[in-house]
Design a protein around this ligand. Sequence first.
Ligand code: HEM
Length: 404
Amino acid sequence: MQNLNRRSILTLGAALGLVAATDAPKAWAWSSADSIAGTDTVTDPWEVWDDDTDPLVAALLDNGQVPAVNEAFESWIDNGDPLPGGLPSELTSYLMEVNTLPSWADPVKLDRAAQFNKRMSMYLFLLYGLGSGIMSTVIPREARNVYWSEGGADMQARAAKTFTYGYDLSALDAFKPTGKFVVTSHKTRLTHAAVRHLLPQSPAWLAATDHPIPISNGDILITFHSLGTYVHGKLREWRGWGLRMSAAEEEAYLHMWQVALHLLGVRDEFIPATWAAAHEQSRYVLTPLLAPTPEGVDLADILLNLVSQVDLGVTRGFQREFARYVLSDKIGNWLRLPRDYVSRGVIEVGWPAYVLFREGLSPIMPETFSTFDRFVRGLAMLFLSKGSSATHTPITIPTGNRPG
Ligand code: HEM
């Protein structure tokens, strides 16, 4: 019943031109001079998808081959694993082509990024989880795509798969033969290609969207900025409280994301070459597009409730205030996150004090240290337990949309 109401509201909203009003990005004018490719051209990434992958996956879906592919993929986990046998020959040829790092990937920088991830892990779990994760719900196109795709009906499973991506990316051997991230990226790229074929067949999604094909290169860049660029900005901000981050580490962290974007099928001409270029692109593509949608409000609530299932030693009010604190009250209000002004006061004073003490810049342990420490460690454990090999949730290519 709830879904029916939601659908009628969305359909009515779309008919009145209300629902998709905030989606449409302005014309692209970001020059690729500041990109990895370094060519001074202007191509609109919202009109670029994945020509190498999309027709292949569309054919696999139309021929009913995806379940067998997912089954064969079960044994393909580590980067060093041989390609599984029994795959359709076109898929094997495609994987042989793409299953390599770009020529510009720098193993020294990737190693440095891995060490940085390890040292910063507590802050990264917190920022990816409560920052980027919730921010994704105020990126209208992403919220609608996630909501109306197959995985939108089971956000717990979807969150576990997303954890798999984050965990594999953050592992010390992420890009090495013993790591898993390259394989996970290929599976994700294939999943995105499937979504491009499937969502346009969903009447509910079509009624709510402003663009007939989802997950363009431009959309992926926006999501990257809600992850890498956002986290980089926050870590820089928190440097004022003693966080150490060298220029080489900053560069390495960007490099890791550049390679990750390449593996997801983003063209080099759109991938920012420096943090300055990334932040400029983010101001241009992410900030003006953030907006609430009925789907996003629902997804944020589901995601925050998933976090609340774990005992982090703080109240739900505290968690929601922390999300507001790292994202802004504007976003918190959009998502209708309830207020808890007492917790907010504790966070405003206690979080900087916690970071200062943790980083060894203050000799005085703040009274609230144990509260924050339990909270941060609890979030880390949630992330690590979902990403550990025992519970590593494999990414599977969907074969349908959200039912109903
Ligand atoms: C699936 C990561 C960008 C929409 C996935 C999955 C991962 C992932 C790991 C597989 C897990 C799953 O199936 O739930 C990423 C990363 C991105 C990115 C790292 C950019 C840096 C986007 C964008 C959109 C999007 C821009 C939409 C605008 C989806 C959808 C699914 C998916 C709809 C499928 C969910 C399902 O199974 O039904 N993505 N994604 N993603 N992604 Fe992305």
